[in-house]
Write a protein that binds this ligand. Structure first.
Ligand SMILES: Cc1ncc(COP(=O)(O)O)c(C=O)c1O
Length: 379
């Protein structure tokens, strides 16, 4: 079955008790047992809940993986996936990753004697140069945040396998519709379901998918023990979002390509970073490992931070807000907002300059969005 059919049917059959076509919100903390000797599939909602199970099954199917686990947030899912490393192990991560993931590596894992080295996101050789005998995991975020650089998942998966290292990919920016890292050789996929999978900016959530039973058991045990699980209602909202993922992603992409092409010709713009543009340095690699280019566009303004401040003050349709992947278009300054908590030196190391603007392109009319940018960028 094809992606959009799986998104609507598999993992979410009509409710066997009532016939309800949508999976009910099982808003319960606990479940009745028949007797003392048998533990039913569901007995306590931290360990398992039918609404969460439907979400976990559907996300696994869409990633073409065997096992899915849902979490209370993307960072909870990230920390859960990182349970596959132990004190003394070493991680190699992309340089240009979500600030919250960087915080987990530096503030939560490093004090536990799990060190992370950072490789140039787009340079496979740079990952190889960072490997040590202790390296247990390579962590990618591709396209990266905010520079939209591409890591070569297939080649890095081969290098990792040869050395007995695991490969995890944060697939939030493209969603399972445009990129399926397990098919390219990755071992673990992580999502902030807050973004495209939920798709409506109304819920926080995360997910981990793998096809390896041992990895799944480790992460599932952590889920039960640490307890960062999503509420049934939040699972239901994300399930609803998944049903329209394909059509939303296609529209996000069409609008993003339209605006990226417009911005590339605008005199106030220094450069545009969008993997769908032939000018993107890794456009060919993007075409090989992604089936679409996504809805995120980053660009640099010629006038530095004052030009960014002027743009966000004048823009009308784009909402100045953190996050991404919802139906409405958002605008952000990576230096002041998403990576604002990092030191100036750390931002410089990540080539996050003050003149960058990040757009999460929504589902509005493309010409309306273009007009909004045109007016806000006018002299
Ligand atoms: C790529 C990426 N991964 C993970 C996260 C963390 O997700 P959450 O905010 O749902 O915890 C984010 C949040 O912005 C993100 O952009």
């Amino acid at each position: 079955m094809q992606f959009e059919t799986l998104a609507i049917h598999d993992g979410q059959a009509p409710d066997p008790h009532s016939g309800s076509v949508t999976v009910p919100v099982y808003q319960t903390s606990t479940f009745e047992r028949d007797d003392l000797d048998h533990r039913p599939e569901f007995f306590y909602s931290r360990i398992g809940n039918p609404t969460r199970k439907a979400l976990e099954s559907t996300i696994a199917l869409l990633e073409n993986g065997l096992y899915g686990l849902a979490f209370a947030s993307g960072v909870a899912a990230t920390l859960a996936a990182l349970q596959v490393v132990k004190p003394g192990d070493h991680i190699v991560a992309s340089n240009d990753i979500y600030g919250g993931s960087y915080r987990i590596f530096e503030q939560l894992l490093r004090p536990l004697a799990i060190a992370t080295s950072y490789a140039a996101t787009e340079d496979t050789g740079s990952y190889e140069a960072c490997l040590t005998p202790e390296t247990k995991l390579i962590w990618l975020e591709t396209p990266s945040n905010p520079l939209l650089q591409i890591s070569d998942i297939r080649t890095l998966a081969r290098i990792a396998k040869e050395r007995g290292i695991l490969l995890a990919v944060d697939n939030t920016f493209l969603s399972s519709y445009f990129q399926r890292p397990l098919e390219l050789g990755a071992d673990i996929v992580v999502h902030s379901t807050t973004k495209y999978l939920g798709g409506h900016s109304d819920v926080i959530g995360g997910a981990v998918v793998t096809s390896d039973p041992a990895l799944h058991t480790t992460i599932k045990n952590y889920q039960a023990a640490a307890g960062a699980i999503p509420a049934p209602w939040d699972c239901w909202l994300i399930l609803r979002g998944l049903k329209t993922l394909k059509i939303r992603m296609k529209e996000h992409e069409a609008n993003a390509l339209h605006l990226a092409s417009f911005l590339e010709k605008h005199p106030a713009v220094e450069r545009v970073l969008y993997p769908g543009l032939p000018s993107h340095p890794q456009h060919e690699l993007a075409k090989q490992q992604m089936s679409g280019f996504g809805g995120m566009v980053t660009f640099a303004l010629k006038g530095g931070l004052p030009a960014v401040e002027r743009l966000v003050a004048r823009i009308k349709l784009f909402v100045l807000a953190d996050s991404l992947g919802g139906v409405e278009s958002l605008i952000a300054s990576p230096a002041k907002m998403t990576l604002g908590a990092l030191s100036k030196e750390e931002r410089a190391r990540r080539k996050c300059t003050d003149n960058l603007v990040r757009l999460s392109v929504g589902l509005e009319n493309a010409a309306d969005l273009e007009t909004d940018l045109l007016n806000a960028l006018a002299e």
